[in-house]
Design a binder for this molecule. Structure first.
Ligand SMILES: *Cc1c(COP(=O)(O)O)cnc(C)c1O
Length: 401
């Protein structure tokens, strides 16, 4: 029986791929008093975060911030740019792509869900040539948007967004490009402007190291143009009034003040470190974790090394082992939370998050919990992943001090 008043000693290991651990510095920033959201201090805060957040999306264009989880920003992207019955081309990379497709149907759009057969698509990224082929067939341009997930959090597979852009251009198709980088932003390189993305969707609780509760739409000129004639009902999500008031640092409704303090702090941390360094440390952690999985003699969920996720790693269980049982044993014995297998991956694998406020030793501890838990679950391991990862980290320093 779980006792809610029980507090285990030491820090909990929150190694799910979002929410990620929130640095103390951000928690402290968020503990400031809530201020008048129409007052002068608020306007200064609003202008500052709205300006700085654009650097993380690598855009000169506006970024809309919603007091909502990532799912809200998904909906905002669709309702601002599309009309009932519009055809949208989506790609099945995993559970999150599937949820977005379901949302599109519920909103009255007509999604066409491309994908590799069976479970194959859950182990590889977006196949841009399939998008190109489909768009070339659509000579009357009935497809209004292409929607893809940049970092598929259910599997640990990224997708090449620049390749999707090239596919749309090669087909000379006017469809908008909508990209979910809810878990990719501030972990993996992302270039809203250079990749010609029309709406980029993101959230607070993954690479941005914030608690859940705010989410984003980075928009292009073309997306704003589309929003003027898009007919899906929208009010709370509508960009026009938000963009208008954002000019002076305010919102049409009460924004999430304390999360914006946290966002300001997170942006100072990320930009102070330098985005390239942030991306490099995520790549390095991911490589260390994959080295551990290999040493255990287990498979990584992603089967295409060119798109391994720097954010998380899916660890596939041998036949007959229920990943959720292993996960729950690890949680009970070691106070370590790992990501569950979602949708088609349920029970087949668990996910190790290595994003945001981690370091080599928190990951070694995480791998230690996994290794012990796997052994206790009767999984026979080829060798020690912990030792392999330690050696990898020692041999591949990111910074020499
Ligand atoms: C977390 C996540 C979502 C859902 O975001 P919520 O904040 O849970 O609404 C959607 N897509 C991806 C890729 C995610 O990682």
């Amino acid at each position: 029986m779980l006792k809610l008043d029980f507090h285990p000693s030491g820090r909990h290991f929150l190694q799910i791929p979002g929410p990620s651990p929130v640095p103390d510095r951000i928690l402290r920033a968020m503990s400031l008093p809530t201020i008048d959201h129409r007052g002068p201090e608020f306007g200064a805060l609003g202008r500052e975060v709205l300006d700085k957040i654009r650097t993380v999306f690598k855009t000169q264009q506006p970024v809309v911030i919603y007091p909502a989880s990532g799912t809200g920003a998904w909906e905002a992207a669709l309702v601002n740019t599309l009309s009932a019955g519009d055809r949208v081309l989506m790609f099945e990379t995993g559970h999150f792509a599937s949820l977005w497709e379901k949302m599109a149907r519920r909103l009255g759009l007509e999604p066409e869900f491309l994908g590799l057969p069976g479970y194959e698509g859950w182990r590889r990224g977006v196949q841009a040539e399939m998008i190109e082929r489909r768009l070339k067939e659509d000579s009357s341009h009935t497809i209004k948007a292409v929607c893809v997930v940049h970092n598929e959090t259910s599997t640990g597979v990224t997708s090449d967004i620049a390749a999707v852009r090239r596919a749309i251009d090669a087909a000379r198709h006017p469809a908008l490009l909508l990209v979910d980088t809810i878990s990719g932003l501030a972990c993996a390189d992302y270039q809203h402007d250079a990749w010609g993305v029309d709406v980029t969707i993101s959230g607070s609780q993954k690479g941005l190291m914030l608690p859940p509760g705010i989410s984003f739409n980075a928009v292009s000129e073309k997306a704003i143009e589309a929003s003027r004639s898009a007919r899906l009902p929208k009010s709370f999500w509508a960009w026009d009034e938000i963009l208008e008031l954002n000019r002076s640092g305010y919102w049409p409704y009460t924004p999430n003040t304390n999360l914006l303090y946290g966002l300001n702090e997170a942006l100072d941390m990320l930009l102070g470190e330098g985005l390239d360094h942030v991306f490099a440390r995520h790549q390095r952690w991911a490589a260390g974790v994959r080295t551990a999985v290999e040493s255990w003699g287990l498979e990584v969920q992603c089967q295409d090394p060119s798109v391994y996720s720097p954010v998380l790693t899916g660890v596939v269980m041998p036949e007959g082992v229920d990943a959720d049982e292993v996960r729950s044993l690890i949680y009970r014995r070691f106070d370590l939370s790992l990501g569950t297998g979602l949708g088609k991956a349920k029970g087949k694998m668990f996910r190790i998050g290595h994003l945001g406020d981690c370091n080599d030793l928190t990951l070694i501890a995480t791998l230690g919990g996994c290794e012990a838990g796997l052994k206790m679950s009767g999984v026979s391991l080829a060798g020690s992943g912990v030792l392999a990862a330690l050696e990898y980290f020692a041999a591949n320093p990111l910074d020499e001090r």
